[in-house]
Design a protein around this ligand. Sequence first.
Ligand code: ATP
Length: 462
Amino acid sequence: MQKENQPIIEVRNVSKTFGEKMALDHVNLSVRKGEFVTILGPSGCGKTTLLRLIAGFQTTSEGEIRISGKEITQTPPHLRPVNTVFQKYALFPHLNVFDNIAFGLKLKKMPKAVIEKKVKVALKMVGMTDYEYRDVNSLSGGQQQRVAIARAIVNEPEVLLLDEPLAALDLKMRKDMQMELKEMHRRLGITFVYVTHDQEEALTLSDTIVVMSEGKIQQIGGPTDIYNEPVNSFVADFIGESNILNGIMLKDELVRFCGRDFECVDKGFGELAPVDVVIRPEDLYIFPVSDAAQLRGVVQSCIFKGVHYEMAVAVDDYEIIVQDYHAFEAGTEVGLLIKPFDIHIMKKERTCNTFEGSMKDETHVEFLGCEFECKPVDMSDSSKDWQNVTVEVDFDKVVLHDNEEDGTLTGEVKFILYKGNHYHLTVFSDWDEDVFVDTNDVWDDGDRVGISIPADAIRIIC
Ligand code: ATP
C-alpha cells in the first residue's frame, strides 16, 4: 500500500557490474508520483542500465529498487507496474495499428469490447484516432513511435519508462514530438522516466533532471537549477555552453580569475580556496573598449548562430566565449563586464592527483601499478609506514604521449574540459584509476595515450 508523499520509485544504493565494468556505482534516486524525470548523460554513463533495472530487464548487483513502496528488485518485468518505450519502435510489422496496441490486452484475455475501448482511448491520447486499421509500415517514424507509446500506455502503467524514444527521428519531428510528449504526460498524469543524452531535450521536457557520468549521479535538480547552479564543472560543461576557468576565492564574495578580482555572491569557501569559476557566454556583456570594462580583449572570431553571435575573445592568454545580439568583428578591441550574480563558483573536486603508493627504496615509489623514479626521500624514520604513502602529482606535470609505448603506463582520454587557457583531461588509466592532466595539447575523447610522470613532479607524503 502506498503512503501519502511516498516516492513512486526508490532506487537505494544500487550498483550494477558487468564483469570488471561498474556501469552503476551506488546510485540513489527517488521519483515522485506524476513527475517527469529525465536521466541525462553522455554515452556509456549508465543511464540505460538504470532504466533497465527499474524496468526489470536486468537485475542489480547490489542495492534495492522499490515501486510504490514495494520491493521489486527480483520481480520480473511483466509483474512490475511499468511499461517501456524503446528507441526502436519494435512494432510487429505484420499487425496493423489496432492489433499492435491490443496485443498485450489480448494475451491477458480481456473481453473484446474492453480491448476496443482501451485501444481507442490510447490512440486518442497519442493523437492517432482513425489510424487503427492502418498498416504500421505505412506510418512515418513519428507516427510509429506514437503507436509504440500507445501500446505502452494501453496497459495503464503507473510509470512509463522511455529510452531515447525520439533519437531515431529527424530534428523537426523530434521537436514536435517533445511538445506532444509533454502534453501527453500532463493528460495521463502518470510518472515518466525518460533517458536521453540530449541536454536541450532534458531541459525542455523535465520536472527533474538527473545528470549522470561514469555510473554516478552528479546532480539532481530542476532544469533551471541544473542550468544556473551546476554543482561541478562536469555538469556545467555538459549542460549548455560555459566558460569554465580556474579561480581563487580570496574571501567571501571576492574571487580572482583571469588576473583580476571580481565581486561575486558566493560565500563559505574560506580564504584563498582554489575554485572553478563558471560563466555562461550569454551572461557576459561585450562593448567597445571603455573604462567600464572589467576585462579587455581582442575578438578572435565571430560566428552568427541564428539568433545571436558567438565570439571568442582573447583576454591575455585566456579565450572567453561571449554570446551577444551585436556582432563585434574579429580584430576589434572590446571590453567585457560580468555581474556578480552571473559568476558561479564551484568548489574544486581536487587540486592535484592523489594516489596510494608504496616506497620501493629511497628513489623509487610504486603507484598506478608501476614503479616510478622519485626525488630522494629520507626514509630513516622507521616509525613511519613507508609501504602506505600518499603520492601527489600536479595536473600540469603529467606528460602524455601519442605513442603508448613512450609512457610508463597507458590509458584513454575520457573527458576533456576547456579551461579558457588550457585543457583539463581525465585519462582513464589501464590500471583502472583516473589520472587528471592539464595540457595545452589538443587531444580527442577516446585517444589512446602513454602516461609518464617525471621524478621531480612526484611528492611523497607519509
Ligand atoms: P548509451 O547512450 O551509449 O546507451 P548509456 O549511458 O545508456 O549509454 P549504458 O548502456 O547504461 O550507458 O552502459 C553503461 C556501461 O556499461 C557502458 O560502459 C557499457 O559498455 C556497459 N554495459 C552496458 N550493458 C552491458 C552488458 N550487457 N555487458 C557488458 N557491459 C555493458
